[in-house]
Structures are given as structure tokens and as C-alpha cells.
Design a binder for this molecule. Sequence first.
Ligand SMILES: *Cc1c(COP(=O)(O)O)cnc(C)c1O
Length: 821
Amino acid sequence: MNNIFSSKETFKEALRAEVSARFGRDLEDAYDEERYLALGALIRDHAGNSWKLTKKSVRANGTKQLYYFSMEFLMGRLMVNNLMNMGIYDVVRDGLADLGLDIHNLEELECDAGLGNGGLGRLAACFLDSLASLNLAGNGNCIRYHYGLFKQEIVNDEQVEKPDCWLRLGNVWEVWKPQHAVQVKFGGTLDAYMDQFGHFHSHHNPAFVVRAVPYDVPIVGYNTPTTNTLRLWDAEVDEESVQAGVLNKYLNDVQALTANVYPDDSTYEGKELRLKQEYFFVCAGVDQLIHNHLRVYGSLDNLAEKTAIQLNDTHPVLVIPELMRVLMDDYDYDWDQAWDIVTRTVAYTNHTIMAEALERWPQEMMRSLLPRVYMIIEEIERRFHYEVQHAGKEHMFPAMSILSNNQVNMANLAVVGSHSVNGVAKIHSEILINDVMASFASFYPGRFNNKTNGVTHRRWLVYSNPQLTELLKKYIGDSFIKHPEDLEKLMAYVDDPKLQEEFFEVKLERKKILAAYVKEHLGIEVDVNTIFDCQSKRLHAYKRQLMNIFHIMYLYLRMKQDPNYRITPTTYFFSAKAAPGYALAKEIIKLIVKVANRINGDPQVSQYMKVVFIPNYSVSIAELLINAADVSEQISTAGKEASGTGNMKYMMNGALTLGTLDGANVEIVDCVGFENAKIFGLKVEDIECIRRENSYDVWRIYHSNPKLRMVIDSLRNCTWSENPNEFQLIFNDLMLHKDEFFVLADFDAYLMAHADVSAWYADKPAWARAMLVNIAKSGYFSSDRTIREYAKEIWGLDEIKFTRQERLEAGCTVDDEEDAA
Ligand SMILES: *Cc1c(COP(=O)(O)O)cnc(C)c1O
């Protein structure tokens, strides 16, 4: 194959030809959008060759494959990532420059694929990058939502949700595969009967049938031919299945199925549409993997040996009964054989211990929407109950039952039907084992394990922070790109004044880039010589953005009272979306924006502090914000944040963690030492103790702490808004509903932690050293490490094999190390 990216000249020629063929124009006369679409098509087609090599190798060698089922994939943009991973970025940039085009302008035309809420969806995206880069056959399975979560705008100081039309220009990366469409059936009735041999049969007469049509997105690894697939399922009408007289309703129902991402990652109200979405992509994904397997092996007996399924949280848990259904009803396995195959194939990742976020569905809804699947769940429950009784553990059953209180408990179904259950950070897995799922952990010892999350250091360091990457290469070479643990080599230089100075220059450069964005889009001037203190993540009470803004309110009020009280100049950045129905979270955004307006407009105080709320937090905003940060705010109530991954991205770019001992913060301090982070506040044990003793008294704290009282009073005395009732929900949540997340309890410790950080910042060599240590120790938090652990300990995956010739054909470097391997 002749590789058009092998030289600038061939690339330019190909781009001209592509624009001409697609749009009937010369490149010079084309619109930027047309150039972008042509470029995207060339890159995608180039990935096609590696895609083919990967599929061939997997099939020829019988390589075990992973299917990662996730309701969310927060991919962000793919242009830079793909060009860099394929090693053709420079050729394309230089070729475009020859043509008088700036690659950055084309990059900016790509819409973020925001097919998710936040951390959970971004984890899935990081995992795909690591799987491909580590030569593992791992495919994503999700829904092709027509709209992303939502586009957040701030209007009159409040969040407004606009549609996120990410498909406006189409999606240059996807390939439509109508030939692989699958029928998905909902509702209706089930006829069950026994045949003359006593075998159970059922016939489903569905009320609603749609065609699931796949769109495949190639996922290219770093410097390897390995190219996996992210399969996004879209819903289309099934011509044969429309009942007379209801055509319009049918069309609407089909449309609604894949219209948008469910905009809430914390609670699940009984939303039938969401359950339909879950079954839709589960059913289609299972059908696909069964067919792939049969094509290669001709039998499903060895499914578990050749296929691993990972469930990213409980949203895809219907995989368990669905796979049972297919094995029994379509392929005549009996229950025990089918159950053995299913449980050896499926593994489950738990992402939350917050009771209100554990997914439950009304039994009646599940029974009427998915009659056969529900029947199988009942049988799973019956047999599991028998197993528990037989083991003499009946007393433990209520805590483990799948069906209770007229609900289907999806987490319990996930544990019963899989061979591995993992938490996402050490402390989270411990809480699962010792507390939330203690009964299961003792009933199934060995099933529970931990896999601490990670983020792909390629996107979050190498590609989004080229300035830092260049500096690192200068000191420690480029081996860390392939082997992130090599970042540790930087430890030899952390005291080097030259490196420290060069690092500050890089940080300053990144701050200038962020400041320019803020100036252009928000009209706010920020001083790049101030501390950049950042909190970016979904808006949620447990993440305590409220405590952050309270601290800022306190500093402002104090400076207004006392002209001699002045702080180290700091710019506070927030970026966060609130679920549209989450009134308290939206009120907190309003408070942040109103406080920002007041402070930024105050000439006395704004030289010392500014507050910036960047709307529409997304992967692209994160790529701009995180690498400019000095301080990373990770201040959740201890025990509530399962892991966090934002904390890892910040650390990788040198920001110091100002945080509680929660989630992966615990492991971050394990790596860098307490002297290279600022840890404060109540620990999990402290909070348990307060709860047990029922000793939390918000009014006592209010009356005994004048600083806090000043802040809380300011919510209702027209300091930030003319309307004294503007922040009533916040006030009530803290003072009348007893401050569930201990904002008041941790407030003083948080103030002191901030004061310590400011003092630390003044000592430039100490500060630089700490930042560099954070970078040096961040290799552990690469998702490459996480994926290696999953592959070895849960999935049993081996690497895809390529010949030297194939590697060369795919344009990869063939170095000595790989030859030896
Ligand atoms: C990393 C990331 C998150 C997760 O952030 P946490 O601080 O771990 O909650 C959410 N949204 C986006 C866009 C991200 O990139």
C-alpha cells in the first residue's frame, strides 16, 4: 500500500485530490469545514489499513478479545490524538503550512464527542487509548447519541442547557455498517411451553422492535498497528415491525432511543427510556460478539476462553441475563452450562458507594419492557437464594438479594453474575469489601479486587502539554511516552535550579494560553503571575465546590473589612456542569458566578483575587485548564469520591493536590509523600465516628466560628444578590438538612490548608521541586498501568502479534527492543 503520509508532498497531493473528489473544488477555494472533512477522511482511511491488520492477526492467532460495555465514552476530539498516535502529526502540520493552512484552525473545527457525563465516561475513553497502545484487543460498545450531554451556557448568572450538536459536521471518524444491523425487541407478551423432552421454550411477541445499526470508530494505538473498534449503536426503524396506524408514534419512539445522554450521573429516577437505552446497546453488543465468536470458532463452548466482557458500572448489567437468554434460547445450552460461560466471561466495575446512586429498577417496569430477560433474572435470584441457603448463610441473603422491595438491584445482579468485582481506588475497594458489599465479599471471597483508575498520559500530558513534553524530553529522553513509569527519572533533577526555572517558564506559557482563552471567551483579564487554583469536575454536593467558594467569600469579606489583610494574589478557576434537574447544584453555580462578578468588579480586591467560571466543562476545556494549574482542588467529603481521575491529570501536569484523604488522592500522597501535597480535613474514620455518635451539630459550629458565620450570613444579607432568598436552598441544605457532606466541619481545616499553600508558593525553589516531584511520580497513574492490571488479573489478554513487515507497513518504528520481544 502506498502511504500518503510518508511525505509532505504525497500528503498535499492526496488532500487536494480528496477535496476535489468530495466537494468539487480546488483546495484554495474550499471552505475550512471541507478541508477538515477531507483531512479527517484521509486519516480515517489511513487507519483502515492497520484496522485490517489487527482484525487479521486477532483471527489468525485466536487472540482473546475484550468487549468494554459502557453507557458512556467521553472521547473529546480525536484529530490530534490520532495523528500523534500514528506518528504523522508533523507531516500533516508541515504539509498544511505549505498550503498556507494552520493545522490548529482545522483542529478547532472538530466537535468534542461528549458521549458521557464525566469521570466514568472519560475513564472508558482513556482505557480505549491504553488498550490499543498496549497491543490488546479491546473494543468499546456504546450508543451513538445524537446529542452529547448538553452545552452549558451561563445566562443571567445561571446555567442554561443548550443542545450539544456534536454531529453538526457529521463524525469523520465513524464508518456506518448497515450490513451488521441487529433487531432489538421490547415489551409485548411471552408464550412459554415445554416440549416433549421437558425442555423449556418461549416465544416473545414484542410490542416494539428497532434495528440497531453500528457505526464503528477506529481506535488507533501509539506507534503500533493495533487499531481497535469503538462500536456506537444507532437506532433505525424496522420496516416489518410497525403496527398499523401508529407510524408517527413509532418513528418518535425510535428517534428518542438514541437522542441523548441521560444527564445525571448520580441518581436514577424510574426513567423507562433509560432502561430501554441500556437494553438496546446491551442486546446489540451481545449479538455482535456472539457472531464474531462463531465466525472464528464455530461454537460458543469456548466463549469465556476467547472473550472477556467488562461492565463499566451497572448500566450494562443486562449483559448477564441477555447472554443467558441467547445461550439458552438461541443456542440450546442448558442453564448450568450457560451460567458457567456467562460468569466466566463477565466482570464488573463498581464506581460508586453512594446509596442513592446504586441503580435499581422497578420490577414491574423491567417485567413489562423485557419479559424474557426479567424471567431469567428471577431464575438467577431463585438459584442464588438456594445457593445461599445451602451454604447456611440465609441471614446474609437480604443484603445480597437481587429482587426486593419490588425493585431489581442491578449492583447485586452484577456481583452474582460475574467472576470479578473491582473498585477503582484502594480506599474505595476497601469500603466496598468492608462495608457496602461486606456480605458478598465474605460469601464470594476472591471475587473482589481493586484496580486503581488511570488516565492516558498521551492525551493528558504528551499531546495537550507539548511545552512540558519538550522540557521532559530534554532532561530524561522520550522513553516515558511508551513507559510512563520512566517519568521517575525526573527525580534526579528536581533540585536542579535550571530545570526549575525552565519548568516555571513552561507553566507560565500554559497560563498565558489559558488566560488568552478566558479573555477571548469571557472577557476577563487574569494575571498570569497569580496562583492558578483550579476545581474542575461535575458539580455535586459531595465534591464540595461550595466549600471552595465559601473560602473565597471569606477572603473577600475579610479583605473588605480589613485593609491590612491581603493575600497572595490568586486566580480561582471553576468549571462544572450541573445535572439539569439538580436544583442545589445549579444554585451553587449561580453563587459562584455572582461571587465572581462581585469580586472581579471590585477594584480594591480584584488585584488580589479573581474568580473565573469557565462554562461547558468538557474534554477540550480540561485540556486547556489542567496544564495551567498550580493547585488542584480535590476536596470531596472523605469516603465519597470513588477514585477521581481529574486529580491524576492535574498531578501529571505538576499541579499540587490540595485535597482530602479520599479516592485516589490517598494513593497520590502515597506516591509523592505528604510533603508534596496539601492534605487536610476529616478522614473516613472521623466521619464514621461522627455519624455513629450522631454528634454533628451545624448550629454549634455556626455560633462558635465567626469566620464561617460571616460567610453563611452573607448568603442572606444581600451581599451577593439583591434577593435575600436567592441562596435559600444552599442555606437550608447546610443549616436545616444538617450539611450531609460536612462543609462546615472541614471549613477551618480548609482555610488553614490554603494559607499553608500560599506560604509554600512564596518559596519558589520548594514549590518548583514539589511540582516536579508530582510529575515524576505520576507514571503510576497512567491508564497503561491500570489496563495492564486488568489484562493480567481479570481478562487474561495476550498481546496482538504483528510481524516486522506489518509494523513497517503500518508506518510504525521498528526498534531493537521490539525486535527482541
Ligand atoms: C477527567 C474528567 C472528569 C473527571 O473529573 P473528576 O475530578 O475525577 O471528577 C470529568 N469531566 C471531564 C471532561 C474530564 O476530562
